[in-house]
Design a protein. Structure first.
Length: 148
């Protein structure tokens, strides 16, 4: 199963975020800019982290922000945000985070498949630092295994 689309409009490089909430809002804004979500999806992603803790920090330096399928999800989508200065999410081992992925999936079944596909991308140890160092969207798309 392929990953959700990753258009250039959903890639933000070298962003500034003071807190993890700001970083998640940047990922949400990128998903909205790509047409995958409504603006309220950012609040849903933040609420999930507030309720369940920093479980979204899935590897050193990498957070996968997401929320359940719902009315704020218009289409499956993926966003990538790199941070100029990493932020702490409160994870005991994987903080600070320099790459935030935003994931919006319209169905529960696809949600689990997409998370598994993303895990495959980041099984490569070089993927997180390469994305963090990317200077153009096409580089990120290539690293994510997508060709536009």
């Amino acid at each position: 199963m392929p990953l959700p689309p990753l258009p250039e409009s959903a890639i933000v490089l070298g962003a500034e975020a003071a807190t993890w909430r700001d970083a998640v809002r940047l990922a949400g804004a990128a998903l909205t800019a790509s047409g995958a979500t409504k603006p309220g999806y950012s609040d849903e992603m933040i609420r999930m982290i507030e309720e369940h803790g920093p479980y979204v920090v899935i590897a050193p330096g990498l957070a996968l922000a997401h929320a359940r399928p719902g009315p704020d999800v218009l289409a499956d989508g993926l966003a990538v945000v790199t941070l100029a200065t990493p932020v702490a999410f409160g994870h005991p081992h994987n903080d600070p985070v320099s790459v935030v992925l935003g994931l919006a999936i319209s169905s529960i079944d696809r949600h689990l498949e997409s998370v598994a596909e993303l895990a495959n991308v980041f099984n490569r140890a070089s993927a997180i630092p390469a994305i963090a160092a990317a200077t153009d969207p096409q580089t990120v798309i290539d690293i994510m295994g997508r060709r536009s």
